[in-house]
Design a protein around this ligand. Structure first.
Ligand code: SAH
Ligand code: SF4
Length: 426
């Protein structure tokens, strides 16, 4: 989401005659797009700011701006705490950047952290920073009103609002015409996408899939409470809507899910997994898990472990609970699980996921997949890497093919993280 937002900022700044540079020492302006989701994310931003101090010394006119969730959460407090910061801009105020910059250039501190009920930046054509030219993000909605008790996002990103479907389809068409072969539709909860004209997510994704069978469509993230059968059927209808669903569970314990205000229970979640497996048998499933939420007992933790095994996740993002100021959890529940217990539980979760991912990859050895080539492999320039529809990375020896092309690859071996194979010639 932040990556996508940075591209919007890139576009606004380009329109005002700025250009990007790879050489930070040469920059007149440094923007840091920030995340507040966990304390660790904010600490990293503050460490990064320390690095910028030296550039302030060598370049007195240098302007440093903090954008995004941390700007929204801390507002002017951030300027008091981090003196070198000149500009604080929340996620809905990027159109105001040129004006704010003029203020900063005059030596004053500039702040805009007003949240909006309708800003979607729909008319702004993102500058594709650091892009492979093959795969791109399209932000389709902003904000979140689910108020999971641990989560800061509803406070930093404001009300939920959906972008007009035509602007989304046009953006995807433009990308396809410019050689892109994959788009990922982004939102905090894409399943609750609903345009003012009444278009829901299933219809939207079908319209994007219809642009061309050679354009892959992905989406993130789905909230389990609104993953509909209708969406699963739409996915089954289109070969180019990718067979991979990210369905964050957070915990396997009903008591914890209730405290988290996730609005589903274990039974409901398992029902959704069964529906995915029935409608899309070749679909991979990934998740997010939080270890050590307030009052989590060993039994709650074991419920999570057991659910992970039952689902057999192909992939997971796993975190220690981090208490966030202003959230319901911070106000009502104690962050009472000792750090050492959080770490131990997280380790067990990561170890299990490693085992599950390996098992999932081993099951693919011998199978063939259509792979969209994205890049030359990071480790050796002599290999190509791409993903299959299931979102697994497959690496194979260089051939006459290049990024942006589809090839059929047979998987010959794997690690827990990667599949390796060779191109099947027709
Ligand atoms: N909207 C998405 C999640 C966005 S945040 C959804 O609900 O699925 C990405 C992930 O960060 C969450 O799924 C959760 O696992 C994690 N997360 C959010 N707040 C957290 C916190 N306070 N501590 C630890 N992890 C957190
Ligand atoms: Fe946060 Fe919950 Fe919204 Fe996801 S759905 S962004 S976890 S409040």
């Amino acid at each position: 989401m932040n990556f996508s937002d940075s591209q919007i900022v890139g576009s606004i700044m380009t329109d005002h005659n700025f250009e990007t540079t790879d050489n930070i020492a040469e920059a007149d302006l440094i923007f840091v797009n920030t995340c507040s989701i966990r304390d660790h994310a904010e600490k990293r931003v503050r460490a990064r700011l320390q690095e910028f101090k030296k550039y302030k010394k060598t370049k007195p006119g240098l302007i440093i701006g903090i954008l995004g969730c941390m700007a929204e959460r801390l507002k002017s407090q951030l300027i008091e705490e981090e003196k070198m910061v000149d500009l604080i801009v929340g996620p809905d105020a990027y159109r105001d950047l040129p004006r704010l910059l003029t203020i900063a250039e005059s030596g004053q501190k500039a702040i805009n952290v007003i949240l909006s009920a309708d800003e979607t930046y729909a008319d702004i054509n993102p500058v594709r920073l650091d892009s492979s030219g093959v795969s791109a993000f399209i932000s389709i909605m902003r904000g979140c009103e689910n108020f999971c008790s641990y989560c800061v996002v509803p406070f930093t990103r404001g009300k939920e609002r959906s972008r007009d479907p035509e602007t989304i389809v046009n953006e995807a068409k433009d990308l396809f015409n410019n050689g892109y072969r994959e788009v990922t539709l982004l939102g905090q909860n894409v399943n609750s996408y609903l345009s003012e004209s009444g278009t829901g997510f299933s219809r939207l994704i079908a319209s994007v899939a219809q642009i061309d069978p050679g354009l892959r469509v992905r989406f993130a993230t789905s909230h389990p409470k609104d993953l509909s059968d209708d969406l699963l059927r739409t996915m089954a209808d289109y070969h180019n809507i990718c067979r991979s669903i990210h369905l964050p569970v957070q915990s396997g314990s009903d008591r914890i899910l209730k405290l988290m205000n996730r609005k589903y229970d274990r039974q409901w979640y398992m029902g959704r997994i069964e529906a995915i497996k029935k409608t899309l048998p070749d679909c991979t499933i990934s998740t997010d898990i939080i270890a050590g939420f307030s009052s989590e007992t060993d039994q709650d933790h074991l419920d999570t472990i057991e659910l992970m095994r039952w689902v057999g996740y192909d992939y997971a993002f796993m975190f220690k609970y981090s208490e966030r100021p202003g959230t319901t959890a911070e106000k009502k529940y104690k962050d009472d699980i000792p750090e050492s217990v959080k770490s131990e539980r997280l380790k067990q979760i990561i170890d299990l996921q490693q085992e599950l991912s390996y098992k999932s990859n081993l099951a693919d050895v011998g199978k063939s997949f259509e792979v969209l080539i994205e890049r030359y492999s990071k480790k050796s320039g002599k290999e190509l890497a791409g993903r299959n529809s299931q979102n697994k990375v497959i690496v194979f020896p260089e051939s006459n093919y290049k990024p942006g092309e589809y090839v059929n690859v047979q998987v010959l071996s794997c690690t827990p993280a990667t599949l390796r194979g060779s191109v099947l010639h027709p």
